[in-house]
Ligand binder design. Structure first.
Ligand SMILES: [Fe+2]
Length: 207
């Protein structure tokens, strides 16, 4: 081959955020969440209450989630506007139950919170690079797979961890391969603050 020297450099990248918030979660709160009334959601169970962070019992968790969103806005997105939680709900995946592929509408950053011990083996979240149907499946060979060409990336959650990601990212949850229920919380967020410019008539103030 004539070309022996070449460079491949990143143009853009997709982040996700993870942090331990065990300091903000008590045993009473774990019981409170586990005892929320659940209803059937396609295959798994979802809380009837879809604004669980508004419950006074979960105030310390809501504060820690807000802190994580503040870090994400400032340090990851590099913006001055504020992210705030819109809806928040709990989920239970019983053995053999996962969650179909989906993304989160009318939200900018979504998150999961693994508020208690995770069963072993822990069913992972799987993120899909593609947002739409792929007519051509041009997947890399296993030994050539890297951050540029991988179609999927797997994130295995740990107990007490919050995970944040762009709401438009397609993701699914592997079936629960353990004999215990897999508990989690999910939430959406949106932005408030000022966007655009008054003089450019692009100003938008979201309160
Ligand atoms: Fe989701």
């Amino acid at each position: 081959m004539a070309i022996s020297n070449y460079k491949v450099e990143p143009l853009f990248a997709e982040p996700y955020f993870r942090a331990d918030i065990s300091h903000a979660i008590s045993e009473e709160q774990r019981d409170f969440i586990k005892n929320l009334k659940m209803i059937v959601n396609r295959t798994n169970l979802i809380s009837e209450n879809l604004y669980i962070f508004d419950e006074p019992e979960l105030e310390s968790i809501k504060t820690a989630v807000q802190e994580a969103l503040d870090i994400y806005a400032t340090e990851v997105m590099g913006i001055t506007q504020t992210l705030f939680v819109t809806q928040s709900w709990s989920l239970i995946n019983h053995p053999n139950v996962g969650m179909h592929g989906h993304s989160h509408s009318n939200s900018l950053v979504s998150g999961s919170l693994y508020f208690c011990e995770m069963p072993t083996p822990t069913a992972s979240m799987v993120f899909d690079k593609h947002k739409a149907y792929q007519q051509l499946e041009l997947n890399p060979e296993k030994d050539k797979q890297n951050i540029y060409n991988t179609p999927l990336n797997i994130v295995t959650p740990r107990a007490n961890e919050i995970i944040l990601f762009s709401s438009g990212l397609q993701h699914f949850v592997e079936p629960n391969g353990s004999s215990e229920p897999r508990y989690s919380i999910a939430f959406n967020s949106f932005i408030k603050g000022k966007l655009g410019s008054y003089r450019d008539v692009s100003e938008l103030t979201l309160r």
